[in-house]
Design a protein around this ligand. Structure first.
Ligand code: SF4
Length: 191
C-alpha cells in the first residue's frame, strides 16, 4: 500500500454561540466556492457537520457573542484548540443584538421569559437558576451579553450582519495565502 504524499490540509472548526445562524448561512452562500475551499481545508467540528468535539485546528471561527456560561466555556475551549481565532459577524465582534438585554437585570429577564409572558404556561413558576428549582441542562446567563474578545484573544475581526459570502471567501483566501486578512472597507456591509 502506498502512502499519500499529499501534505495535510489545515483544519478549521467553527462554533455557533449567542447567534441566529445567519453567519453560518453566509458561509454556505459561498456555493461552488465551498468545493474549492474543501480541497484546501479540512472542515472538522462545525454546527454544519454536527461533530461536538473540537480537535486541534489551524483556524477557529466563532459566530455569536457570549451570553451564558456554556458559550463562555466553548469560546475558551476553541481558543485553546486553534492557532488563529476569527470573530465572525457583528454578534461575535461587537456583541450584536444580544446586548439589548444588558439594559435589564438577569432576574427580571428570567422572570419575564419563564413566568410573566402572557402565553407562558408555568404553574409552578420554575425559573432556571432562580432558586431551589430544577435547572439541569440550562446554562446560567452571564450578567451581561458581550463580544468574544472580552473573554478570549481574537486574531481576526470580520464584522457584518452577516458578513457576506464574498467577504468570507476573501478572509479564507487571505489566510490560505499566509496573510492575516484585513477586511476592506467596501466589504463592510450592514444590509
Ligand atoms: S451577526 Fe447577524 S447574522 Fe450573524 S449571528 Fe449575529 S445577528 Fe445573526
Amino acid at each position: 500500500m502506498t502512502k499519500s504524499t499529499e501534505p495535510a490540509k489545515p483544519k478549521m472548526a467553527s462554533v455557533w454561540l449567542e447567534a441566529c445562524a445567519g453567519c453560518h448561512m453566509s458561509f454556505l452562500d459561498m456555493d461552488e466556492r465551498l468545493l474549492e475551499l474543501f480541497k484546501k481545508v479540512e472542515i472538522t467540528s462545525t454546527p454544519i457537520s454536527d461533530i461536538k468535539e473540537i480537535p486541534e485546528v489551524t483556524v477557529g471561527v466563532i459566530e455569536g457573542g457570549l451570553g451564558n456560561e456554556e458559550e463562555l466555556h466553548i469560546a475558551k475551549n476553541l481558543r485553546e484548540k486553534c492557532k488563529i481565532l476569527i470573530a465572525w459577524g457583528d454578534c461575535a465582534v461587537f456583541g450584536g443584538i444580544n446586548c439589548l438585554r444588558n439594559f435589564i437585570k438577569v432576574e427580571d429577564l428570567l422572570r419575564e421569559a419563564y413566568t410573566d409572558t402572557v402565553t407562558t404556561v408555568n404553574p409552578t413558576g420554575v425559573i432556571p437558576h432562580g432558586g431551589p428549582l430544577p435547572h439541569d441542562g440550562v446554562p446560567a446567563l452571564l450578567p451581561q451579553a458581550m463580544p468574544v474578545d472580552r473573554a478570549v484573544k481574537v486574531d481576526i475581526y470580520v464584522p457584518g450582519c452577516p458578513p457576506d459570502a464574498d467577504t468570507i471567501a476573501f478572509v479564507f483566501n487571505e489566510i490560505l495565502d499566509g496573510r492575516i486578512p484585513k477586511v476592506p472597507q467596501e466589504m463592510m456591509r450592514y444590509d
